[in-house]
Design a protein around this ligand. Structure first.
Ligand code: R5P
Length: 293
C-alpha cells in the first residue's frame, strides 16, 4: 500500500516534491472552522495500516498547532501504521534556556507536545545551540537533515570569488561546513533584552574584492542580518548575497533586507517563500528512505 503524505496546513511545493519522490499518495482532509473559531477536521483518505507522513513547516505555529494535533490524533485513531512528522523548519528551538527568572522553557513544552502526538520527526538543521541533540528534548526518534552540502554547492556554482560571513557564534557550525575551501569569518553578536542586536567586526578582516555571502540558519526579525550588513557599508564591498536555511522573515524583514543594498537573498525551501532557490527535497527523501527501512 502506498504511503500517504498530508501537506499541512496547505499544499506546498516541497510537499509536492516529497509526495512525488516517495511515490506516495496525497492525503486528503477537510479542515474548517465553526463560527466561534473552533476547528472541524475530517480525514478524506483511508489511512488504516498505511504509513502516513505529515509535511508541516512549523513556521508561526501558534495559529494552527492545535489543528496539527487534531490531524495526528485522528490519523492514529483511524489506525495509521505510523505517523511521521516532517517539519523542515522546527519551531520553538530558540528559547533553549531560562534566561530570566520566571520564563517558560517553551522549547521543552513544545517538544513534549509533539513527542506525544506523532511517532517520529524529521527536520532540517534545527537551532541546536544550548541543546546539542534533539534527543535532549524529544522523546521520539528524530532525524536531522543538514542543508550544508546543497548550500555549499549553490555557492560554488553561482558565486564568483565568495567570502562567507557567519553573523554570530551559533552560525559557525553551518558556515564552516558550507565554506569547505572558501574563506570565511564568524562575527560576534550580542542580543539586547529589547531584541536589538549588536555585532562587532574584527578590524583586521577585510573582504576586499570578494563577494560577501552571509550565511545564517534563521532569518526572523532580520535584525541580525541588517546589523551585519551595516558593517559592509563601511568597507565599500560588492553588494552581498544573503543565504538562509529557514526564511521566516517576520513582519517587513524581507523588504528591509532587500532595501539594505543586497544583491540577492537566497533561501532553502524549508518554509515556502519567494526567495526559495535551494531545494532540499533530495536530502529529505534520502532521510525518509533510511527512516522507513
Ligand atoms: C540566532 O542565534 C540565529 O542563528 C539567527 O541569527 C537568528 O535567529 C536571527 O534572528 P533575527 O533575524 O530575528 O535577528
Amino acid at each position: 500500500m502506498k504511503s500517504l503524505v498530508f501537506n499541512f496546513p496547505f499544499p506546498s511545493p516541497l510537499g509536492a516534491l516529497i509526495t512525488q519522490g516517495m511515490g506516495a499518495e496525497e492525503g486528503r482532509f477537510l479542515l474548517k472552522s465553526f463560527p466561534d473559531g473552533e476547528s472541524y477536521l475530517r480525514l478524506e483518505s483511508p489511512v488504516k495500516d498505511r504509513s502516513v507522513l505529515i509535511n508541516a513547516p512549523l513556521v508561526h505555529p501558534n495559529g494552527w498547532i492545535l489543528d496539527l494535533l487534531f490531524l495526528s490524533d485522528t490519523l492514529r485513531a483511524q489506525e495509521a501504521k505510523q505517523v511521521i512528522l516532517v517539519a523542515p523548519y522546527l519551531a520553538y528551538m530558540r528559547q533553549d534556556k531560562i534566561f530570566h527568572p520566571g520564563e517558560s522553557l517553551t522549547s521543552a513544552t513544545f517538544a513534549h507536545l509533539l513527542s506525544t502526538h506523532v511517532d517520529s520527526l524529521i527536520t532540517v538543521d534545527p537551532h541546536l545551540h544550548r541543546y546539542h541533540n534533539l534527543s535532549e528534548l524529544y522523546s521520539i526518534p528524530t532525524t536531522v537533515v543538514h542543508a550544508a552540502p546543497l548550500i555549499s554547492a549553490w555557492i560554488h556554482e553561482n558565486v564568483q570569488d565568495p567570502f562567507l560571513i557567519g553573523p554570530d557564534a551559533e552560525s559557525s557550525q553551518w558556515v564552516k561546513e558550507i565554506a569547505k575551501d572558501l574563506p570565511f569569518i564568524v562575527l560576534n553578536k550580542t542580543r539586547h533584552a529589547d531584541g536589538h542586536v549588536r555585532i562587532t567586526w574584527p578590524q583586521e578582516v577585510t573582504i576586499g574584492n570578494k563577494t560577501p555571502v552571509f550565511v545564517d540558519d534563521i532569518v526572523s526579525s532580520g535584525e541580525t542580518l541588517l546589523e551585519a550588513l551595516a558593517h559592509l557599508k563601511n568597507q565599500g564591498t560588492k553588494a552581498p548575497i544573503c543565504l538562509a536555511i529557514h526564511p521566516i522573515f517576520a513582519g517587513n524583514a524581507y523588504e528591509e533586507i532587500k532595501a539594505a543594498g543586497v544583491h540577492k537573498i537566497v533561501t532553502c525551501n524549508t518554509i515556502p517563500h519567494p526567495s526559495n532557490q535551494i531545494d532540499l527535497s533530495p536530502l529529505l527523501l534520502k532521510a525518509l528512505k533510511e527512516f522507513q527501512q
